[in-house]
Design a binder for this molecule. Structure first.
Ligand code: PGA
Length: 250
């Protein structure tokens, strides 16, 4: 069976004390016996404290980015080994905000993806179309193109170490969630592409999560869909109760 995953992406929204409060509040209401992989992605300076607070809690701690080099003169950057040295469990790559505001293109993302997988850090890899792509009915082509230029350049993938996040850009932070049917048809399409590239066994085991304005009242209908294996949650992950309600919607 595929892993069900709910990951909270806190983006650049909370400071140290707020991060600690969020984690403590999540811990109070979260039932670790739930069969869901729960992840949080705090900002870099708070990862160490967060991973300490989450130890033994069945809450994974993810970084929101990582550099594509392992070491060296890259002022202001953070490497995989640095993340691993503070027990970070994984990294979000390819988020549309990184693609758009920091010019992360498919070539760079492929390098980040490769170096992360080669160094055994789990990747939550985001793809998704813009509003214009969706209006022109180009969404399938767009996600295929993004995968062709990144994930599919890798000869073999391990579903334990790679999660795909389908995040239509028009739904991120806008309050416009994709309908469950819209999410399912793209997730199914992605799964078929994974099957063509890596075979049925891998495609059946790879979790594909949905992101884009998921809220407690919309999560259940989306998560119910066959090829939707959970969510990447932005805004709603800043409220512990909303986040845990979303976890319980799986
Ligand atoms: P949102 O963000 O839930 O606020 O739309 C999702 C994301 O960017 O991962």
């Amino acid at each position: 069976m595929r892993k069900k995953i709910v990951a909270g992406n806190w983006k650049m929204n909370v400071d140290l004390n707020e991060s600690i409060d969020l984690i403590e509040s999540i811990k109070k209401i979260y039932d670790p016996s739930d069969d869901v992989e729960v992840c949080i992605a705090p900002s870099f300076p708070f990862l160490k404290e967060s991973s300490k607070l989450c130890q033994g809690e069945k809450i994974k701690v993810l970084a929101q980015n990582v550099n594509d080099n392992l070491k060296g003169a890259f002022t202001g950057e953070v490497s995989i080994d640095m993340l691993k040295s503070i027990n970070v469990d994984g990294v979000i790559l390819g988020h549309s905000e990184r693609r758009e505001h920091f010019n992360e293109d498919d070539d760079l993302l492929l390098r980040k993806l490769k170096v992360s997988l080669e160094n055994n850090i789990k990747v939550y890899f985001c793809i998704g179309e813009s509003f214009v792509d969706r209006e022109k009915n180009n969404h399938f082509e767009k996600v295929k193109n993004q995968l062709d230029k990144t994930v599919f350049k890798i000869d073999s993938i391990d579903p334990e170490n790679l999660v795909i996040a389908y995040e239509p850009i028009w739904a991120i932070g806008t309050g416009l969630t994709a309908s469950p049917e819209q999410a399912q048809e793209v997730h199914k399409y992605i799964r078929n592409l994974l099957r063509e590239r890596y075979g049925k066994k891998i495609s059946d085991k790879t979790s594909i999560i949905y992101g884009g304005s998921v809220k407690p009242n919309s999560a259940r209908d989306i998560f119910e869909k066959e090829d939707v294996d959970g969510g990447l949650i932005g805004g709603a992950s800043l409220s512990p109760q909303d986040f845990i309600d979303i976890v319980r919607s799986i």
